[in-house]
Design a protein. Structure first.
Length: 217
């Protein structure tokens, strides 16, 4: 593997979750926390626990991820949320698929662990969008909640969305570019702390659906 992948964590008010999240990441992998305008101590907690921190004041998931890609130093990058909902033990498997040349993009497919982890409205919206992606030849069943790829290739892909549509646009562009995409099941866990910005509320789900709908027209 070309060095350990760098983990990019886009974060908005995740001070409560970060201690659990960072402790669960693969040992020795560099971590970059992107503080997306938090009003709590997200940045301070991240630094105290050994993570590098960059600040992206423009609110939006895509804005935070893009800032992380620009600031990352690793040849490979792994991107996942900073709320602890994704079981980080899947990262070595995803990274190996890309590092060994078996895939250009390795993504996770969420498998909820327990009732209420993935609300019906979020799951239904995700399934509908994933079905449309498969019709376009993108072989996924989830909207890439965790992903690993070469940093330079991700930047060159030119994803423009700076809000919740970012993961979908990434998959659409990767599919159009002929990238080999592999999907791996990943346990989907309750948040380690804090409040959900998207899947935990109907309003958040509708906002994310709106961002994604424009990309599928």
């Amino acid at each position: 593997m070309p060095g350990e992948p760098e983990i990019v964590l886009p974060c908005l008010d995740e001070a409560e979750a970060l201690p659990v999240v960072l402790a669960a990441l693969p040992a020795g992998w560099p971590v970059l926390v992107v503080d997306n305008g938090s009003t709590d101590a997200t940045a301070d907690v991240a630094r105290a626990l050994g993570a590098r921190v960059v600040v992206e004041p423009r609110r939006g998931y895509g804005a935070a991820v893009h800032a992380g890609l620009e600031a990352a130093r690793g040849e490979l990058v792994a991107v996942l949320d900073g709320d602890g909902s994704i079981d980080a033990t899947v990262l070595p498997e995803l990274a190996a698929a890309v590092a060994e040349g078996r895939a250009d993009l390795a993504v996770g497919r969420r498998v909820p662990q327990g009732r209420g982890v993935w609300p019906w409205h979020a799951r239904a919206g995700n399934a509908a969008v994933a079905a449309l992606l498969r019709r376009r030849g993108v072989p996924v069943h989830d909207i890439a909640p965790v992903r690993v790829a070469h940093r330079a290739a991700l930047v060159e892909l030119g994803v423009a969305d700076r809000a919740f549509g970012y993961p979908l646009e990434l998959l659409l562009r990767a599919g159009a570019a002929g990238w080999r995409i592999t999907e791996v099941a990943v346990p989907y866990l309750p948040r380690a702390g804090g409040r959900s910005k998207v899947t935990g509320s109907l309003r958040g789900t509708l906002r994310a659906s709106r961002d994604m709908a424009g990309l599928l027209r």
